[in-house]
Ligand binder design. Structure first.
Ligand SMILES: [Zn+2]
Length: 346
């Protein structure tokens, strides 16, 4: 026994000399490190309250609200969502994921994807007073890719009501983040909330619904223009357009409408919807500003943009943050759009 213990002691002693000398312990640590960091595999089980896998995924998005969407889209991670940048890519992924969880039909390229790609020209940053805007630069420079996000709910007829909000903003300029919380994370959140409500109701509309989240709006409505020159549903099927832009600014219940064509259908409906929701939406002078409704109005399609009457507050500045978002106003915009869709499509 004794000689065996002596022998073992010698072996350990030898190891203490040899191992540090060969660097073996370090090598073992390095070799096993990736293994040690591997997360534990979790078993995925559909919760008992969900009947199907589809319902479970839907609940993932149905539990979210416009406020969650705004916080996500206006967070520094999204880098101000400038068209053609990584931030735009992340924002488009977020919106596509929500549409997919909610079970909307992909209405992008070939009806197989939620996105529609287009290209944008080089732009230059220009200050108009304290507002940062873009002007188109050299048209011969290399164009960058950009993405619209589109999803639909099929109705009984092919006649379509288009509901839209642009999701792009100004990005980061001179070291300042332009989060675009009101312009237009608020519009995206309010439209996503309308979709959640319709999905929860599970009723089939008479007309089809197309939900579009445009990019490149800040560069001159480039996303909506790309759509009309390469539409994923026939333009003649689109009977009315309701566009939501910058609805996160107070005072609560005070909305403006921009329209640039003879469009009784959209205007009358949205005004009725607003008064039913206990709010006020009046046609206002856009003073040379515009939004994506213009792309459709130019084609003679009834189109209107709903926006907060005080939309210019903090607009196109680094102060357009979630701290300045009036959540009740976003919820009211959502209520108006929901009621207008009920009138137009059900
Ligand atoms: Zn804007």
């Amino acid at each position: 026994m004794k000689s065996r213990r002596v022998f073992l002691k010698m072996l350990f002693g030898l190891g203490a000399v040899i191992l540090p000398w060969t660097g073996l312990p370090g090598k073992i640590r390095l070799a096993t490190a990736p293994m040690m960091k591997q997360p534990k595999t979790k078993l995925f089980l559909v919760p008992a309250e969900a009947q199907t896998l589809e319902e479970y995924f839907q609940s993932e998005s149905l539990n979210r609200t416009a406020w969650d969407d705004i916080q996500t889209l206006a967070s520094p991670d999204m880098e101000g969502r400038r068209a053609g940048t990584r931030g735009e890519g992340l924002a488009s992924q977020y919106i596509s994921r929500e549409l997919s969880l909610l079970g909307l039909e992909p209405m992008g390229e070939m009806g197989k994807s939620y996105t529609q790609a287009f290209t944008i020209p080089e732009v230059r940053e220009v200050f108009s007073g304290s507002r940062l805007t873009f002007s188109v630069g050299d048209p011969n420079r290399l164009r960058a890719p950009s993405l619209n996000v589109l999803g639909g709910i099929s109705g009984e007829s092919e006649e379509t009501i288009l509901i839209s909000a642009h999701y792009d903003h100004l990005g980061i300029f001179q070291g300042h983040l332009y989060p675009g919380a009101s312009d237009n994370a608020s519009g995206v959140g309010s439209v996503l909330d309308v979709i959640r409500r319709l999905v929860e109701e599970k009723s089939t509309p008479e007309k089809s619904l197309l939900f579009a989240f445009w990019s490149g709006e800040e560069m001159g409505f480039l996303g909506s223009r790309a759509f009309v020159s390469n539409p994923t549903v026939p333009l003649e099927n689109i009977k009315a357009v309701i566009n939501v832009d910058t609805v996160g600014t107070g005072p609560v219940g005070d909305f403006g409408l921009w329209a640039d064509s003879n469009n009784d259908l959209a205007m009358t409906t949205i005004q009725e919807a607003a008064s039913e929701a206990g709010t006020h939406a009046a046609l206002v002078n856009s003073n040379g500003h515009s939004s994506d409704h213009i792309t459709f109005a130019r084609l003679g399609i009834p189109a209107v943009t709903i926006l907060a009457r005080e939309w210019l507050k903090n607009n196109h500045s680094p102060q357009d943050t979630i701290r300045n978002i009036v959540v009740e106003q976003v919820q009211l915009a959502s209520e108006i759009v929901y009621r207008a869709i009920k009138k137009l499509a059900f």
